[in-house]
Ligand binder design. Sequence first.
Ligand SMILES: [Zn+2]
Length: 318
Amino acid sequence: MSASFITTVTGEIRAEELGPTLAHEHLYCDLSVDSGKADNRVANVELITDELACFRKAGGHSIVEVTPVGVGRNAGKLREISAASGAQIVSGIAFYDERTYPDWVHRARADEIADYFVSEIEEGTDGVRAGLIGELLSHNSPRANPRSYRLREAERRVFAAAAKAQRRTGVAISTHAALGRAGHAQLDALERSGANLARVIIGHCDAHAHEDIEQDLAYYLPILKRGAYCQFDLIGWSELASDEARSTRIAALARMGFAKKITLATDTCRLSQLHRNGGRGFDYLWTSFLPLLRARGVTEAQIHAMLVEAPRTVLARS
Ligand SMILES: [Zn+2]
């Protein structure tokens, strides 16, 4: 049996080398093309290298960088940041909002888009290969409920392509399911095209929290029961939900035995979120959020499951 490996921007590592991982971040991106906010233009190798020093010091080893094509993805810059900072970086390949798709994607069949994903995973660009598909977006719909949310036609093609590329390569798929509750519809779309849902991460599960935790559990549990991962990747985004609410929900899921199916991150994508600009920085999970989880009874073994085992399991291929 061959050992399992994970593809980083500097080459393959053994899965055991991944270590504590932030599972959804942006180190080099320009989301201003979508948001219109200059704060979303994070394109400075030296600045991010400096910012990652506290992440390494806090105990972080790896970052899953999920900037899609069309909003500033630059695998070569990620390789520079990894080499300079010592952080291992796994780079995603995907497209963002329909408005930011490259022209060819609007005209392409799912099979052609799948070929593109596979070539970025197997050949890469400038010698840098993608290690997963993500973040794979379907449109934000703040008031959507999980039962009525539907993907648009173009999104369905891209999701079908992701499923096909996953079947050919075995990589994980990580989604953007914000700000509504798009996860169930995303899983339906991926499943229809033959994806392995046990290697799918539904992102932004914590984009909002209901007053009644039962309503949130009613969203998470069907995702987990289908074998997919629930990602709490907006930790520290108090404008969307409080970290108290996030930690309560994670603690409840951990008590039900799902720690190995939860991944964590802080979705950094703004200059104002960096320490240099007075923001929380890439060590926030360790300095501010893990203490909240511990206070709610989450054990060290469960934290290890979320920070190390879950990302390793979903990313590793053999
Ligand atoms: Zn993101």
